[in-house]
Design a protein around this ligand. Structure first.
Ligand code: ADP
Ligand code: ADP
Length: 226
C-alpha cells in the first residue's frame, strides 16, 4: 500500500532529513511512526502527501509510483490519503456536518451521495448529535473526531495521522485511538506519527522508529523505546 525504496530527502539548506529509508506497509496495517523531535517523521509524511519532493529513491502509493508526478496530478494522489493533524484544521464557519460534507463537495460528489454518507461517518465517530454544532462549540476530542470523519468520508485506502492526540488529555486521546482502530478494522491502512509513549506501548502494533533521519527499529508488535 505504501512503499519507500531507498528514499532520501535533503532540504535546500543542506539538511538531510531522511537517509536511505526502506519501508513497506501492507493494506490493513496499523503503523506507529515514532522518534524524537527532528527525527524526520513530518518529512516522511510530507513526502507521501507530495508537500515536499524526494531527493533520491522511489515512493509508491497503492501500486502507483508517486516519486515524480506533475503538479496537476497531485490532487488525485491526495485523494488516496485521509489526513488528520494535531491542530484539527476545521473550517470555523461551517458546522460539523458541513465540514465533513465539504470534503465530498470538493471531489464533486453528488448531493445525494453526500446526504447518505455524511451521517454514516458522523455516527462512526459518535458525533451524530453534534452535526449542527460549530467547531468552537466542541471539545478538543470532539473536534478531532470531526477531523477524523472528514478524513475518511471519501473512503481513502490510507489514513495518515500526524500527532492526532498531541493536543488532547489522556482520556480523550484514548477515544481518538478507538476511532482510529475502528477505521483500521474496517480495512483502512493507518500510519500515525506520535510522541504518545503510553498509547504506543499499550497497543502493541507495528512500530517504526526514526532517529536522525534513519530507521533504527521496525517491529511487528513494538513499543515506544524497545
Ligand atoms: P520530526 O517531524 O520528526 O520532528 P522533521 O521531519 O520535522 O522531524 O525534521 C527533520 C529534520 O529536517 C530536522 O533537522 C528539521 O530541522 C529539518 N527540516 C524540516 N523541515 C525543513 C525544511 N522545510 N527546511 C529545512 N530543514 C527542514
Ligand atoms: P513538527 O513539530 O510538527 O514536526 P516543526 O516545528 O518541526 O513541526 O516544523 C514546522 C514547520 O517548519 C514545518 O513546515 C517544517 O517543514 C518547517 N521547518 C522545520 N524545521 C525547519 C528548518 N530547519 N528550516 C526550515 N523550515 C523548517
Amino acid at each position: 500500500m505504501i512503499r519507500f525504496v531507498n528514499v532520501s530527502k535533503e532540504y535546500k539548506n543542506g539538511v538531510i532529513a531522511l537517509y536511505d529509508i526502506n519501508i513497506e506497509i501492507n493494506k490493513g496495517e496499523f503503523v506507529f511512526l515514532v522518534g524524537s523531535s527532528g527525527a524526520g517523521k513530518s518529512t516522511l509524511i510530507k513526502l507521501l502527501l507530495k508537500e515536499e519532493g524526494i531527493t533520491r529513491g522511489k515512493l509508491y502509493l497503492n501500486g502507483t509510483d508517486i516519486t515524480r508526478v506533475p503538479n496537476r496530478r497531485i490532487p488525485f494522489i491526495r485523494r488516496q490519503l485521509g489526513v488528520v493533524f494535531q491542530d484539527f484544521r476545521l473550517l470555523p464557519n461551517k458546522t460539523v456536518y458541513e465540514n465533513v460534507a465539504f470534503a465530498m463537495e470538493i471531489i464533486g460528489a453528488s448531493p445525494r451521495a453526500i446526504r447518505r454518507r455524511v451521517p454514516t461517518v458522523l455516527s462512526m465517530v459518535d458525533l451524530s448529535r453534534k452535526a449542527s454544532s460549530y467547531p468552537d462549540q466542541l471539545s478538543g476530542g470532539e473536534q478531532q473526531r470531526v477531523s477524523i470523519a472528514r478524513s475518511i468520508v471519501n473512503n481513502p485506502p490510507v489514513l495518515i495521522a500526524d500527532e492526532p492526540t498531541g493536543n488532547l488529555d489522556p482520556d480523550t486521546a484514548n477515544d481518538i485511538m478507538k476511532a482510529l482502530v475502528d477505521i483500521n478494522n474496517r480495512g483502512t491502512t493507518v500510519l500515525m506519527a506520535t510522541h504518545a509513549k503510553e498509547i504506543v506501548n499499550s497497543m502493541r502494533k507495528r512500530v517504526i522508529a526514526l532517529e536522525n533521519g534513519r530507521i533504527i527499529r521496525d517491529e511487528e508488535k513494538g513499543g515506544y523505546d524497545i
